[in-house]
Structures are given as C-alpha cells and as structure tokens.
Design a protein around this ligand. Sequence first.
Ligand SMILES: *Cc1c(COP(=O)(O)O)cnc(C)c1O
Length: 467
Amino acid sequence: MRYYDKLVFELSKPGRSGFSLSQEWADAPLDLDPALLRVEAPVLPEVSEVDVVRHYTNLSQMNFGVDTGFYPLGSCTMKYNPKINEEIAALPAFLGLHPLQDPETVKGARTVLDWTDRLLAEITGMKHFTFKPCAGAHGELTGLMILREYHLSRGDEGRTKVIVPDSAHGTNPASAAVCGLEIVEVKSNAAGLVDVEELKPLLGPDIAGIMMTNPNTLGLFEKDIKEIAALVHGCGGLLYYDGANMNPLLGAVRPGDMGFDIMHLNLHKTFSTPHGGGGPGSGPVGVAEHLVPFLGVSTSGFHGNFGVILRALAYILMLGKQNVHLAGRLATLNANYIKECLRDAYKLPIDSVCKHEFVFDGLIDDGACEGKAGATTLDVAKRLLDFGYHAPTIYFPLLFHQALMIEPTETESKETLDDFIAVMHKIAEEAAADPNILHAAPHNAPISRPDETTAARNPILKWENEN
Ligand SMILES: *Cc1c(COP(=O)(O)O)cnc(C)c1O
C-alpha cells in the first residue's frame, strides 16, 4: 500500500499544515467576538494540501462505475449514459424549478412531461403514463393499486390474488404483498418460460391479475404471451408488465401489443440515467386506454424525479426513432455474442437465443478434486475485480445454484466484449488449474472478502476517533 492510500486520519502528522500564511497576515490582530471562537481546536487530520488532494482523488477512483469500466450487472442495464443528458438536466431553467411554483410559470416543464408521455406511449403501446413513481418497485406498487382500484370500481371485490412467476424479480411479490394482495407462484418449465399448463388451474374469480417480465429475468422471451394474455383476461384478471428491462424490446415489440394492461418502466435503466448507489430513479406507470381513469391513483406527490424524466426525453430525442430501434437489437446481439463465446467454459442451463441478458450456472470445470473445493460463482465474481471488471449479478435468479447473470448492454464495443470474454476464459483456466487462486481473490482490491452478512447488517462506514 502506498503511504497516501491510507485514510486521511492515518496520514496526520502533528504540526503538518495544508497552507502557508505569510507572517504579516498571521500576526494581524483578529477583531472577533470571543463568543464566536472555539475553546478547543477541532480534531482534524494534520496533513499537507497534496495529501488531501490525493486522498480525495484516490478515494473517488476506488469506486467502480460505467464511466470507469465494463459493468455487466444482469437485470440492471448499466449502459453508458450520454453526458448531454446531464447537461440538459442541469439547465438552470429546469434545475431551479420548485414543485409549488405557480403552474403558469412551469409550462415548459409540463411540455416535457407531455412530450415524454407521448414518446413512451408510442414505444410501449400504452395510452398514458404517470411520472410520480420514483423507482421500479414504486411503479409496481402504483400499478398494482391501479389494478386493485379497477376491480373495486366494478364491485369485483373477491379478486385478492396475483400470480407471479418463480423467475420474477424479488420486487414483484414484495410489491404485491405491500399492496395487500396474496401471491400465487406459477412455475417455469424446462425452457425457463412460464408453464401455460401450470397457469391454467390457477385462474379463477379470485385472480386480480398476473405480473410478468418479458423478456423474463433469465433473458428469455415469453413466447406464449398471447395465449397467457387471453387466458388471464378470460378469467377477468389484468396483465401487469414489469418493464424495468424493456431495453431489448425497444423498437421491436410493445407490451401493449402483447396484451398488457398496466406497466412500469425504469427510466434509470432503459432510458439512460446513471444509477446504482441508490438513485435517483423514475418508474413511470403506463396504462391501456380502459384504465386511464385510474391513473390518478397516487403513491406520492408532485411529478416524481423530474431530472430523470428530462434525461429520458433527451436520450430518446438524441437517438431518434431509428437508433432507439437499434439499441434493443444491439443489446440482444451483444448478450448472445458473450453467451456463445463462453459456453465452452461456463455451464449454460438453458440453451436458447436470449434477449439482453442470460444466465450461466457456474463453471464447467471448477477445479474441484480430492480435498480441494471447486471455484464457485462468488469466486469468479471476486476474481473479475482483479482484472478491472465489475462482477455480473450472482446467485440471482434463484432458479440455479451458481447463477451468473450477464447483461452487456448495447453501448459496449465488440473490442470491450472480446476483452471481457478473454478474461472470463482466463479465470476458467485458473479455476481448473488451481481453484485456490480464485478462493483468495480479489488479490489487489483495497478490501478482499468482508463477512457479507456483517458488512450488510452492521457496516462501519466512518472513521472513529479512538481517543
Ligand atoms: C431493477 C428491477 C426492478 C426494480 O427496480 P427499482 O428501480 O430498483 O425499484 C424490478 N423488476 C426488474 C425486472 C428489475 O430489473
């Protein structure tokens, strides 16, 4: 470790100072009210200016982001976000808006909302959107409240259950539960798709609807969606579309045309807002024409995260119709390219053409032999950090024991994909030769393997003065 990689408090040397003041200034009498003066000096590290600059600069580089490297985190769509979006969202006329301003003075902002509404409606086949929800899960809750209101408005009070496939993102059953709905799980078949025969007996007068992600979290397109839509509508239920991962369908297929009644989008995934690290997000909810009267159901005030909506509008307009269409196709091509190049070294549990992402089930040769444990998915993920790559999503979806979920997005070049593929092959060779190399990874990260439970439950994120 370099000297200046230590914490800034550890760099402290008594008497060292970050500035130099000429003697005349230092000796000048101070005319300050003594009540305003400190009694004791604050406990601050005594460091030079360059120590401080290196401390903060190095700290900023310990973070990993799309701007520093390839980030194939499945289900998160960590695409590159064009900087023009940031400039537009930072325009003072938008940045300075206040939610309680006189509506007469915010006509421009209204235009932004209406315009984005029209474009998203065209992209998804929905009629209108509300922009209030501030995340995907928030959109799910809002959408399910719309679904519930719809049934109640018809006096159909017995519809208390919602069907959720076993491959669903964890937020789906969680949102349904928060909304007071009972969850009924429907199983996937061997091809990783919702099993229509398993679905049929679940349908009845107590079903409020089904929540589906298409392509699902395995990255597979639910080919039977038309039949599923007819069955669910036939029993009086509605279809909810989790559009967090709309990316591969851009310009190719519309949820509205598949038969969905309600959906949310994650503008912070598909429509290019930097995310990870907790926000800000935007999960607008769109509905088909017959549900527009229920769009007012609200789980928050005002118009959500306006800056994120603005970025989405800028992104769509900059791409234009032709390139919006290309984004989904390239995301699909990139995912299939990685999958086909790595299937000789990683187990492919479901062998079919994927959409934007796919799942491996660990290494084919994990190096396990007598007395030596094989390399796991966690080991592969940790070893990737040594090579400067963010790890894929691991141990999700729960359908496989060693899930490794890779989503490259459309913004990566073939050269970047080839580099990543080469590193994944190298890691597989290391595992086969000596899994201990992987067990001990990462070898050159500031922290190697924290106890994950303690790190999540009891994180110590700040320096404590021991004296
Ligand atoms: C990310 C994601 C969500 C949740 O979105 P948040 O903005 O994190 O709440 C829901 N469903 C799917 C399929 C997702 O990928």
